[in-house]
Design a protein around this ligand. Structure first.
Ligand code: PXG
Length: 290
């Protein structure tokens, strides 16, 4: 595997960063998880846009332009002969001193890894997934805004551990007010009477790119889409529920906290959106090979 690091390509074993990088010392940095399908990078521009928004929020200067990063992602895929894969793009604060002041870091580091994606088992998509709400609440937007896709993912990791302890793969996270925010690495949707609902970003959700695509696909299919505050009660009494993310795509949810959702199997509208999402990923994106 060839890894992009600050303008050069390194072998997997020689691609190294300093132990003084603030990305490691403090989780000071931002990242993106991107997917390639059928020789194309899906929603590349949107991911790089979000990377720059995250960086702006933490006052991190990305040492490359938007266009340069787009080109580097595509080039890293090409050098690794990726057709269907997963791309991890990071920008760390860079090498600094043993103090948290980011002003001591001269220059951010850009890392691009293009590899394989570890998918959920296929049965999960057919039968649907069971999830639970967990005790760890979502970070306050007035503290570390969950809209920032930062290298500090402990809030999500704690929730993931709690889900695992309960025998589940994903967790529903509530915000400090008790409203549904999202999952640890996925946004959440419900369907009620043909209408789609997903928590507003202000509830503490990431501006998910899959979330946006699914909202657009649903609207194009004639469904109303809204972003109200949702409670656990709303989830329990939904006709259908699913989660969305670049890695997960669209996973039907059939049980939450022991309550069966709808008929306990992937719903009709969910299945329709899955089909349309797959069609879109196959047919669009930034070409890797000319
Ligand atoms: N919420 C959070 C907190 C995320 O990290 C999503 C929603 C979905 O957003 P996109 O733009 O992908 O539709 C994410 C992103 C993992 C993993 O290993 C998951 C994500 C990112 C990195 C790793 O499960 N999901």
């Amino acid at each position: 595997m060839k890894i992009f690091l600050d303008g050069r390509y390194y072998d997997e074993r020689t691609a190294k960063i300093s132990v003084f990088d603030h990305g490691l010392l403090y989780g000071d940095g931002v990242f993106e998880g991107i997917r390639a399908y059928n020789g194309r990078v899906f929603k590349l521009k949107e991911h790089i846009d979000r990377l720059f928004y995250s960086a702006k929020a933490i006052l991190l200067t990305i040492p490359m332009s938007h266009a340069e990063i787009m080109r580097a992602v595509v080039e890293t895929c090409r050098r690794n002969q990726v057709r269907d894969g997963y791309i991890r793009l990071l920008v760390t604060r860079g090498v600094g001193t043993l103090g948290l002041n980011p002003n001591r870091c001269k220059r951010g580091s850009v890392i691009i890894i293009a590899g394989k994606i570890q998918l959920y088992p296929p049965e999960l998509y057919k039968r649907g997934m069971e999830i639970v709400t967990v005790p760890t609440t979502r970070n306050l937007h007035s503290a570390v805004n969950p809209a920032i896709k930062s290298l500090n993912y402990l809030n999500n990791i704690l929730a993931k551990i709690e889900a695992n302890n309960a025998g589940c793969e994903e967790a529903i996270m509530l915000n400090a007010e008790g409203y549904v925010a999202e999952c640890t690495g996925d946004n959440v949707f419900i369907v009620k009477d043909g209408e789609l609902m997903t928590p507003p970003l202000s509830a503490g959700a990431l501006y998910g790119i899959t979330r946006r695509v699914v909202m657009d696909l649903a609207q194009a299919a004639g469904h109303r889409v809204s972003e109200p505050n949702l409670t656990r009660y709303d989830l329990f009494n939904a006709d259908e529920c699913f989660v969305t993310g670049t890695g997960a795509e669209i996973v039907p949810i059939v049980k939450i906290d022991g309550r069966v959702i709808g008929r306990g199997k992937p719903g009709k509208i969910t299945r329709k959106l899955v089909a349309r999402y797959h069609a879109l990923t196959k047919a669009s994106g930034e070409p890797i090979y000319a």
